[in-house]
Design a binder for this molecule. Structure first.
Ligand SMILES: Cc1cc2nc3c(=O)[nH]c(=O)nc-3n(C[C@H](O)[C@H](O)[C@H](O)COP(=O)(O)OP(=O)(O)OC[C@H]3O[C@@H](n4cnc5c(N)ncnc54)[C@H](O)[C@@H]3O)c2cc1C
Length: 336
């Protein structure tokens, strides 16, 4: 393999119902920095059906070039058509680096494409840098978050990495940026399509994704029961926040896995993060330490969460929350 033939930082752009997902814009933000360091192009790879109109948005978010495939087979995410399209583009274009969001779609797609390209994949990276040797340094937590491992892919190209939503930052939109938009035709091998999408059923209640929330009220084992969790939900309702939790509450069945913050859950970066009855285990901290302002309530003044908190309150969360909710209700009544 002649490594010098491989050029450019390519970002897989994930869309759902034609809505570009935040993680892809975040990856364009980081990809821009990598491409500038390498003095190579930043390319957005956009797959979907009737998506052409959105290509310019990707240029405004930092891409130099957009390669899009517009095809009815790509209307909703299905493994085989998406893997075939990304594989075909990669074999034709020979990217140096491919970045993919570590969403449920990305987790399904990235390993399949890396296997087809006979290259490695470093999943769930928290940092991406370029070494003096111009290699991609892919850093991710290892051994249960007890150490950070930096992984390189010296002998194969592309260098592939997935990154969770909320870890990287998007660039400010610049509508004056210009770039190239190219349609790519894929000859799908439909004999390989073994799965058909028959029906899509939406969740009854549209919840705000925790990785998109500006304010998160997060509860841990200290909150105790589903009944006590109602105090958190009330606080969240009162202040326009979203509820999330530690893994302990997911394991207890109080919260769904989509609400879990941390190493094996979601990475969040809200303006305000309430950590209520959460001890602050390293695996939890890994998912929320980039929050702008952290408020912790814990009855143990030695709890590790206080090392990360901007405001710490030592006390019983199940006594403090009803009082807080009461005061907020009184204020709201006064205002009304
Ligand atoms: C490979 C691996 C991956 C993991 N991934 C994740 C992950 O993604 N996310 C995650 O959260 N965890 C994860 N964990 C688990 C993690 O190690 C901790 O076990 C978990 O975060 C603990 O949750 P907790 O803080 O809610 O519970 P605990 O550690 O039990 O802490 C409860 C806290 O509540 C306080 N408390 C008790 N009662 C009250 C009260 N009435 N008022 C106020 N405070 C009170 C206690 O002092 C204590 O500090 C992972 C573990 C492993 C090994």
């Amino acid at each position: 393999m002649n490594l010098n033939e491989y050029k450019g930082v390519y970002v897989f752009i994930e869309q759902k119902s034609r809505e570009i997902q935040n993680v892809s814009l975040e990856l364009l933000g980081r990809g821009r920095g990598l491409a500038d360091t390498l003095e190579e192009e930043l390319v957005a790879v956009f797959l979907g059906n009737e998506i052409k109109d959105q290509c310019q948005d990707l240029i405004s978010h930092g891409a130099d070039r957009v390669i899009y495939v517009d095809h009815p087979q790509l209307d909703r995410y299905l493994t085989e058509p998406y893997a075939q399209a990304l594989d075909a583009i990669s074999k034709f274009e020979k990217p140096n680096i491919i970045l993919i969001g570590a969403t449920s779609t990305g987790r399904d797609l990235a390993p399949r494409v890396s296997a087809r390209l006979s290259t490695g994949l470093t999943a769930d990276c928290t940092s991406l840098e370029i070494s003096e040797e111009r290699e991609l340094l892919m850093t991710r937590p290892a051994f249960g978050g007890n150490l950070m491992a930096t992984i390189v892919c010296p002998d194969h190209r592309p260098q592939m990495s997935s990154v969770r939503p909320g870890v990287m930052q998007k660039l400010a939109v610049d509508n004056t940026r210009t770039g190239e938009i190219i349609e790519f035709g894929v000859n799908f091998d439909e004999s390989k399509f073994k799965v058909r999408l028959i029906e899509e059923v939406k969740e009854a209640k549209e919840l705000v994704k925790i990785e998109d929330a500006h304010v998160l009220v997060s509860g841990g084992r200290g909150v105790g029961t589903a009944e006590n969790f109602k105090n958190l939900e009330k606080l969240a309702d009162n202040i326009g926040a979203t509820v999330s939790s530690s893994r302990a509450m997911v394991d207890l069945g109080v919260m769904g896995h989509d609400r879990q913050v941390g190493q094996t859950g979601k990475t969040v970066r809200p303006d305000i993060y309430f950590a209520l009855g959460i001890s602050g285990a390293i695996q939890h901290i890994a998912g929320m330490e980039e929050s702008e302002y952290i408020i912790a309530i814990n009855k143990d003044k030695g709890a590790p969460i206080f090392n990360n908190a901007d405001l710490g309150i030592v006390g019983d969360v199940n006594k403090i929350l009803p009082l807080l909710n009461n005061e907020i209700s009184k204020l709201a009544e006064k205002k009304a």
